[in-house]
Design a protein around this ligand. Structure first.
Ligand code: GAP
Length: 439
């Protein structure tokens, strides 16, 4: 079935709410623009993505070090990083009539309000950082900020990692966590929100080697897309022109995804030069250099930064996996998640809920799967067809049914989400069978 662009987004938003992936934040109070809450399935999906990322880019490598830095940092960090200056501000215009604010760079006509036709005022720069106060005094001396990127938490720990672990060069730091930006116009569900998560890597290299390292990370980012099930044909690498580069970058490639609302940034890959370590060194007075024991060379490393937005990944995964087809003469909707990232791996059904032996056996199967597989659901509500539809809609790759044959020969039916095909599997072999197919 053809996915019409506008309705696809509506379907994703509605499925997310109905089935417990993503809710509007503070909904009972009318919500808060640019803020979202992840429900039980959303948080599991997000954790699966973050865990896979961590496994792939930190645990499976010898050159990566994970950190989890504080969200509120010494405000001098933001002075050194350039985020307090004009570098981290968006151009904003205000409508004199309806008082709506707009990103000037998102408007075709910067003089006329796109909502009410009123006159737009002059452009001014709006810094995106959320300001707060640390401690009891509410004055400039206590002003601080919620981090607008996780990156700086890694740069300020560069020396700690060197002192604790004496890493061989090149090496990288990785962090996943929340970031906050007071976006002028949050929009498109979780695509542009004010509170979001990033997974970032700061990979320290010699300045002379940046081009080769950039290409290596570009390849790794493609491999990541394959690992989570985002079709590379839907992602386009776009070279950012020099005039649009972030204040710290000498070269950036955006990985843009074909969202229904346009081709927009999913991830970024930047060559940050030695901008951050040099400036933090200057501002803090602490030398942030690397000493190569074998060559005796001391230098300030340069940085390649692959950055991955978690929420944009979740949105891309929902869009990628949303499928409508016809099965047994009925329309159905299913999420074609890769089993490794699906929030629920298996659902277990007793054929009938009022047959004690079936329910007891189904509970036994459920317990054994739960021990080995993790997130398993038990569902005895409604007919089997309805139960399949419910699991399809949340992307559960396997449904296991316990019927009267199970009581006779200790086999169950395993039904595949995508094909609807069913196989009989011996109960003893079931956990291993599912485990293999999930990995
Ligand atoms: N440390 C570099 C950095 O923060 P960025 O391109 O500004 O670069 C990195 O952000 C990623 O964070 C983006 O590629 C995107 O996935 C995500 N991101 C940025 N702003 C966002 C927002 N307002 N809402 C959701 N995700 C956002």
């Amino acid at each position: 079935m053809k996915k019409t662009e506008e309705t696809l987004m509506e379907k994703i938003v509605s499925l997310s709410k109905r089935r417990g992936f993503i809710y509007q934040s503070s909904e009972i109070y009318g919500g808060l623009a640019g803020a979202f809450d992840y429900g039980p399935l959303g948080v599991t999906l997000k954790n699966n993505v973050k865990n896979l990322w961590w496994k792939m880019f930190v645990e499976s490598r010898d050159d990566m070090y994970g950190v989890d830095a504080a969200i509120i940092m010494n405000p001098k960090v933001w002075q050194a990083s350039g985020h307090l200056s004009a570098g981290f501000a968006d151009p904003m215009v205000l409508c004199a009539k309806c008082h709506h604010r707009f990103r000037a760079d998102h408007l075709e006509d910067k003089t006329k309000c796109p909502e009410c036709g009123g006159k737009l005022g002059g452009e001014r720069r709006f810094n995106l950082m959320f300001k707060t106060n640390v401690g009891a005094m509410e004055d400039d001396s206590s002003a601080s900020y919620l981090r607008p990127e996780t990156a700086q938490g890694m740069f300020v720990n560069f020396k700690n990692i060197i002192d604790s672990f004496h890493p061989k060069f090149p090496f990288g730091l990785a962090q996943a966590g929340k970031a906050f930006r007071n976006e002028i116009a949050p929009r498109d569900f979780v695509f542009r929100s004010r509170e979001f998560e990033q997974m970032e890597i700061e990979y320290f290299i010699r300045g002379s080697e940046w081009e080769a390292e950039f290409e290596i990370w570009r390849k790794h980012m493609g491999e990541w897309l394959d690992a989570i099930g985002i079709n590379r044909d839907h992602v386009h690498e776009v070279e950012i022109s020099p005039k649009d580069l972030a204040h710290y970058s000498k070269r950036t490639i955006d990985f843009e995804y074909e969202y229904p609302f346009g081709q927009k940034e999913l991830y970024g890959l930047a060559y940050r030069t030695d901008f951050d370590l040099k400036n933090h060194g200057k501002e803090s007075g602490v030398e942030l250099s690397y000493m190569d024991d074998t060559t005796g060379e001391k230098f300030i490393p340069h940085v390649i930064e692959p950055t991955f937005g978690v929420d944009r990944t979740i949105l891309a995964l929902l869009l990628e996996s949303y499928t409508e087809d016809e099965m047994n003469g009925e329309m159905r909707t299913y999420l074609k998640f890769f089993p490794r990232i699906a929030p629920v791996k298996v659902a277990v059904f007793p054929l009938l809920k009022n047959k004690g032996e079936l329910v007891a056996k189904a509970r036994q199967v459920y317990d054994s799967l739960k021990k080995e597989i993790g997130v398993v659901l038990f569902d005895d509500n409604g007919n089997i067809g309805k139960r399949y539809r419910r699991q399809d809609e949340i992307g559960t790759p396997f449904c296991v049914t316990i019927d009267f044959d199970t009581l006779a020969d200790d086999t169950v039916t395993v039904r595949d989400r995508d094909t609807g095909k069913q196989e009989r599997i011996n109960c003893g072999r079931l956990p291993e069978y599912i485990k293999v197919r999930i990995s």
